[in-house]
Design a protein around this ligand. Structure first.
Ligand code: C2E
Ligand code: MG
Ligand code: MG
Ligand code: MG
Length: 287
């Protein structure tokens, strides 16, 4: 009896494994096609000044409008793109599209508008990373000083010397560097004053902890205090409630980003937000 059950569960396991790998193969095929046809979309999430409520930056977040599966999110295909080395192509398309969209808004008069892009460790570790990035930015005539790249702490810890060199080259042409999901990686704090870092993005998990009790928010308090001391800009991610916003504002957090102000949206929606900021923001925040 036990043996039979063991056999069944083995079979179940191996079947589900092969379903998984079939699914993966299909998705990989589809992703190649989507990249060929340039079907990936870039959505933008506003980064809002905590003091003035104005949009000061836009984070580019990739989406994939799949013909049968509907709108897919990074969690559905990003690791696949990394494992299959398609991430370079994906990233190039995201950067091109984002530079075109945001470049247009900058030229239309939002001259300090910042574009924040996410980079995977694999891309940053690529030997031609800096050249490729500069190439895309120049090809789209995007002002490097309006660009911020978001990397995670783990990237830095992998190879401090290499990364330091690369970040310096980028910082020298005006590109800003942000540490994404700050506080969640395995890292020392030592790099913070050894690298040209401009911004810390407080991870959502710490923002979620801002509820009622004083203790819940102690990590946010500490990160913001440290950022102030190091003269780094601080962006809080995942701000969903007015309570969190008020708390972060009082703490001296410079920018906020989250569903309270609105999710990532297509360029057409962002255009409207930039032209009619007050009404649109209020409508988004209350919906
Ligand atoms: P991230 O850079 O930390 O981005 C924040 C994620 O939180 C985004 O998810 C965003 O839509 C979501 N978010 C924003 N505000 C809120 C909120 O108030 N509450 C909650 N619960 N979530 C919120 P998304 O777009 O699914 O992206 C997930 C991750 O995928 C990103 O995390 C980033 O690491 C990665 N990613 C996204 N686009 C790209 C890309 O073009 N290239 C690369 N390499 N990575 C990307
Ligand atoms: Mg990010
Ligand atoms: Mg993050
Ligand atoms: Mg992240």
């Amino acid at each position: 009896h036990v043996k039979a059950r063991g056999k069944d569960s083995y079979r179940f396991y191996s079947e589900s494994m092969s379903i998984d790998s079939t699914h993966r193969l299909l998705l990989e095929r589809d992703l190649r096609i989507a990249l060929e046809k340039k079907e990936l979309r870039v959505f933008y999430q506003p980064q809002v000044c905590a003091r003035t409520d104005q949009i000061v930056g836009l984070e580019a977040l990739v989406r994939w409008q799949h013909p049968e599966r509907g709108l897919l999110y990074p969690r559905d295909f990003l690791s696949l793109a990394e494992e299959t080395k398609l991430i370079g192509l994906l990233s190039e398309q995201v950067l091109d599209q984002a530079c075109r969209d945001v470049g247009q808004w900058i030229r239309a008069g939002h001259k300090d508008l910042r574009l924040a892009v996410n980079l995977s460790p694999i891309e940053v570790e690529h030997p031609r990373f800096v050249e490729t990035l500069i190439e895309r930015v120049n090809a789209n005539r995007f002002p490097p000083a309006n660009l911020e790249i978001e990397i995670t702490e783990n990237v830095i810890m992998n190879d401090l010397e290499q990364i330091s060199q690369k970040l310096r080259e980028l910082a020298n042409i005006g590109v800003r560097i942000a540490i994404d999901d700050f506080g969640t990686g395995y890292s020392s704090l030592n790099y913070l004053h050894r690298l040209p870092i401009h911004t810390l993005k407080v991870d959502q998990s710490f923002v979620k902890a801002i509820r009622s009790g004083v203790d819940d928010a102690c990590i946010v308090n500490a990160i913001v205090a440290m950022a102030h001391g190091l003269k780094l800009e601080i962006v809080a991610e995942g701000v969903e409630t007015e309570k969190q916003l008020d708390y972060l504002r009082a703490l001296g957090c410079h920018q906020v980003q989250g569903f309270f102000y609105g999710p990532a949206q297509p360029a057409a929606e962002i255009s409207k937000l930039l032209t009619h900021p007050k009404t649109e923001m209020a409508a988004t925040a209350s919906s």
